[in-house]
Design a binder for this molecule. Structure first.
Ligand SMILES: NC(=O)NCCC[C@H](N)C(=O)O
Length: 290
């Protein structure tokens, strides 16, 4: 299989989409948003999660995307496939997950990744999750927060030297769902060919590199509440087509103004676990954009 990822938006050919079945009885409350939802007794049922994820699969396939799935691991949450590996150009990186309860997920894509020619595994001590890695043309932005450490960034830099500029961005990590940034893809997401969604409050310092590369006028700012509902975690099928949660009316209008169309789907139950559409997919092959 071919790996080719130079952006978050180029026409998508091949992707791995997580699975929501067989999650088991133990719900690991790995992030503050999920923990608060569980405390309120609003944990979603497996049935509704399966419905949302399978509907997303249909959308991808109807748009000509080849969809692979991880192998099922009994009693394991495997929805958030984005975090367990990521492609950068022709290289594929396996994650070293911060949460021990998520590490087995990485093994479930082995039958897919074993056929790839350039697969890299982080050295001991280097923690890096795919949700913190956003590839954009000559740059790779990496969120530094709870799920990715400096050794993870150094590992990426060593593999990608002379190929990409790796830009670390310290994230705002808190213990409240309303403000915590779990991964970079919860606060930042390129759309189209030169725009990006951004929640400015998600960064410890103003992310100057993002402003310089995209230009302030091309950044679509989202509010704290919109970040909580995961506006930045939408998923591009190609530069003019983005899958979004059905309730994201303002986002749909903002994208339409920039000639980007949306497909709306219900994903509000998956969102309660701390991830949305982008977190559920690991793109393998996209056409390049310039
Ligand atoms: N990229 C992401 O933000 N992924 C969401 C992961 C949610 C999962 N419950 C976790 O806390 O690891």
């Amino acid at each position: 299989m071919k790996v080719n990822i130079n952006s978050e938006t180029g026409k998508l050919n091949t992707v791995i989409l997580g699975i929501a079945d067989d999650r088991g009885d133990i719900s690991y409350l790995n992030n503050p948003k999920h923990a608060e939802i569980a405390q309120k007794g609003e944990e979603p049922s497996e049935g509704v999660l399966i419905e949302e994820v399978e509907h997303f699969k249909n959308i991808l396939e109807q748009n000509g995307v080849e969809v692979f799935r991880p192998e099922n691991i009994a009693n394991q949450d495997q929805i958030f496939c984005r975090d367990i590996g990521f492609g950068v150009d022709q290289d594929f990186f396996l994650a070293n997950m911060r949460k021990a309860n998520r590490q087995p997920e990485v093994n479930a894509i082995q039958s897919i990744t074993s056929g790839l020619s350039q697969v890299h595994t982080p050295p001991q001590g280097a923690v890096i999750e795919g949700g913190d890695v956003v590839v954009w043309k000559d740059h790779v932005f990496v969120g530094l927060g709870e799920r990715t450490n400096q050794q993870g960034v150094d590992f990426l830099k060593s593999v990608l030297k002379h190929k990409k500029e790796v830009v670390p961005l310290p994230l705002s990590v808190t213990n409240e769902g309303a403000t915590n940034i779990l991964h970079l893809d919860c606060a930042f997401q390129p759309v189209g060919t030169h725009h990006a969604l951004i929640y400015k409050g998600g960064f410890q310092q103003i992310p100057n590199a993002i402003y310089d590369i995209f230009g302030e006028d091309n950044l679509i700012e989202v509010s704290q509440a919109e970040m909580y509902y995961m506006f930045p975690n939408v998923f591009s099928i190609h530069p003019e087509l983005v899958v979004i949660e059905q309730s994201f009316e303002r986002l749909s209008k903002e994208l339409a103004k920039r000639n980007i169309q949306t497909i709306k789907t219900q994903y509000s139950n998956v969102s309660k676990l701390g991830g949305l559409l982008r977190c559920s997919v690991c793109p393998i092959d996209r056409d390049d954009i310039s």
